[in-house]
Design a protein around this ligand. Sequence first.
Ligand code: SF4
Length: 398
Amino acid sequence: MHNSQLEVLINDKGLSAPLRVIAQKVLAQERISIEEGVLLYEEGPLGYLATLANHIRERKHGDRTYFNRNFHVEPTNVCLYTCTFCSYSRLIKKREEGWEYSLDDIMDIIKKYDDQPVTEVHIVGGVLPQYDVAFYSELFQQIRAHRPDLHIKALTPVEYHYIFKKAKMSYEEGMKAMKEAGLQSMPGGGAEIFHPEIRDQIAGGKCSGEEWLRIHEVWHELGCRSNATMLYGHIESYYHRVHHMDLLRNLQDKTGGFQTFIPLKFRNKGNQMSHVSESTIIEDLKNYAIGRIYLDNFEHIKAYWPMISRETAQMSLAYGVDDIDGTIDDTTKIYTMAGSEEQTPAMSTKDLVKLIRQVERHPIERDTLYNTVMDFKDHVFEDDNQYKGYLSLPVLNK
Ligand code: SF4
């Protein structure tokens, strides 16, 4: 931990008094207010934010940087809703352009990974009537029966709100039924921006911010864990972002059930918001850092490398991020269809480990609940010591 770096900031007369107070609070492990969060966005210099966020990151995790070997299954990309930022879904009237997998189709996909060392299946997709409580219960049961060691992380409150309403079930009854069927964790999607001023404009009539939070609360009350996202960099203000994080922080105080905060960068390809420009890399890094500073009760901040590029993901590790996510193969279309940096988001474990080591962090493969699966700090890959041929290059200018 670098207390001295924070002390330099606290005493830096070049910084405004409120920014020095925030540095003091971070050192004392005190929480910052909504107003202070907005001030960080408006006035926090990048280097200052990095110092604060990295201090918290290293206090919690040292150099440890987590990744998870998982794969995605997306039952459909046809959707009843019309979120304006969504590049992924096809409206029902154009459903022939999309895909709608049956239960057997999905199980076939899952079986393709039988000999792969993956620990988690991440299931999420569009919302359609045939994907209901009965469908997902059967799916979870079949996955459990087929491969009990595979952790099922599936669906967001967007789907749950819809399917429970259709089945006339309360959130409590519905989430309990999902757990009994084999659901183990909930991913963080569908959160977008909670504030109705923004949500009403971008989120096409799907569950409200309160409903999203309530479903996570019910899930946490069942003793289970989940994640939370925030879609940033479109039409929201800094206040809307901090308001969003504030609601997450409040719920986390109540339940402690969130594991990870995942800021998702808005991409403008192939959606109804193509006229909105995208955030800069500087803004992305600031956003990770402020997420780390604001959400003092979240253990982890995750960067999704296919969305922001490998290089920005590496940099993010100095701005509060301690977890790098990304499928190990090309199993998700959500981000590639939105114009993300990586159009074929595949990275081998070795590449991911190398990416983390290059910036002098300590790679750890984790399972969904952050138990260590393998420590890659000193791991030597089979071909690391193999002769690569560079010694045979001709010597020039002899
Ligand atoms: S973001 Fe989700 S709910 Fe909204 S249109 Fe896309 S798939 Fe449907």
